[in-house]
Design a protein around this ligand. Sequence first.
Ligand code: 5GP
Ligand code: MN
Length: 326
Amino acid sequence: MLDLGKECQGALSIGITGHTNPDGDCIGTTLALWQFLKKLKPECRVDVILEKPAPEFDFIQGIDQIITDDQVPFVYDVMIVVDSVPERCGHANTYVMRAKKLLNIDHHISNPGCGDAYYVDPKASSAAEVLYDLIASRQEYLDLIDKELAQTIYVGIIHDSGVMQYSNTSPKTLRIVADLISYGFDFPKLIEETFYERTYIQSQITGRAVLEAFPMLGGKCMVSMVDRKTMDFYGAEKKDLSGIVNELRNIKGVEVAIFIYEVGTQEYKISMRSRSYIDVAKVAVFFGGGGHVRAAGCNMNGNFYDIVNNLMEQIVLQMEQNGQDE
Ligand code: 5GP
Ligand code: MN
């Protein structure tokens, strides 16, 4: 296991980052690590460099200090990439490339581990769970957890485990969560406001995407796409689309849900979820993306129908291998 204190020994500046389009796990983990390192190394400059998080996370301590652009070409002694491979860090990549030392903390099965030292646990529900493990590995680190830090780790865990519902939730996840809520933060409010609540725009665009979804492979696969024109019509941004793929997956009989949105001319972002036997990480990796067995994504170029056909080919291949192609 990676020892955060030891790896950061002698460092006077530490940068923390995660993937583009940061989700609750990425936001929670980067900020929890920030809170932790500020306590562990008060002499150190500690920054989070990340795309601007969605407003429902505004209550998290440190969120207002995130560096959301790369105007300062600062060279950090240590740069820590969480919940991602370094290549997926968007604007923070310039900091990652310049850093004197690179650490990587993740739970993506598609990440073999990167940098000078890394800790990747694909069995963990979330990067936040991995971070908790690293903190819990030493009593002196564990003693630094307070109500604020417990809450921030908790945000990461609930977002990647679907509030401890997805199959990545283990008995260990629940034990950690039990520990975290003992710090006494208002967890029902947190779940409601960061996980379930939708703005009117988010609800509208979700409704539209579900309305236009079409079944493939006899209903085992549900596909929907939102183009730029539709996003502009509803005034929706990419962060407003994150709940759609789960809605598609919830439809009875669906094994694989595929949600696609246009990011540029002939350029699409693909989000996939599966219910029980298709490894969507494998499909995503095939097209240059990554993720988890039940939740993965990638970017694809070309005509929308060709993209759907190419995805179907990989899914059918797996169904044949699993004997699920009847
Ligand atoms: P989402 O569909 O919510 O965007 O992503 C699902 C999971 O797949 C997340 O864990 C996310 O980090 C991962 N993922 C999504 N898109 C990509 C991608 O383009 N590359 C990689 N490596 N992982 C991705
Ligand atoms: Mn994650």
